[in-house]
Write a protein that binds this ligand. Structure first.
Ligand SMILES: [Zn+2]
Length: 152
């Protein structure tokens, strides 16, 4: 609950909302395409065992965002501290929302969505957290896993 309500507040921040409006305009994504954005309380696991940050029902325009597990959070907190965990949780959700919104336009083109999401998220972090090395470190954490998944 705590994780999800924190994430919800992070997504609601005017700076991020303004950024999303700009992104939707730039991409010509109609706001009416988005019917619902849900921040879930329980994590979702794929069959591979890997957690999922979000998904998008393209026909219904429904986006769902999922938290990390309690176990992940407690290990992360021990390792990097509470502030970094909060920065990670907020930015993971922001990155996931950007990603799922782009799916509304690019549908199944996962590679295109990933590349664009990465760029847009970078634009957001660069504009809003220029002096924070913590955010850049979190940025690396969020996108490192994706890089590793890419075929050589
Ligand atoms: Zn995707």
């Amino acid at each position: 609950m705590k994780y999800s309500s924190f994430v919800f507040r992070a997504l609601e921040k005017p700076a991020f909302q303004e950024f999303l409006c700009w992104m939707l305009k730039t991409e010509n994504i109609e706001e009416q395409m988005i019917r619902d954005v849900d921040v879930k309380v329980f994590p979702l696991r794929r069959k591979s065992g890997k957690g999922l940050a979000g998904n998008c029902d393209l026909t219904r325009g429904k986006i769902r965002l999922y938290p990390k597990t309690v176990k992940f959070c407690s290990i992360f907190k021990q390792k990097f501290g509470r502030k970094t965990l909060l920065a990670y949780a907020g930015n993971r959700a922001r990155a996931a929302l950007i990603h799922e919104l782009l799916h509304l336009k690019y549908a199944e083109d996962e590679e295109k969505v990933r590349a664009l999401a990465r760029n847009y998220f970078f634009v957001f972090t660069r504009n809003h957290f220029t002096s924070s090395s913590r955010t850049l470190c979190v940025y690396a954490m969020i996108f490192k896993a994706e890089q590793l998944k890419k075929p050589p």
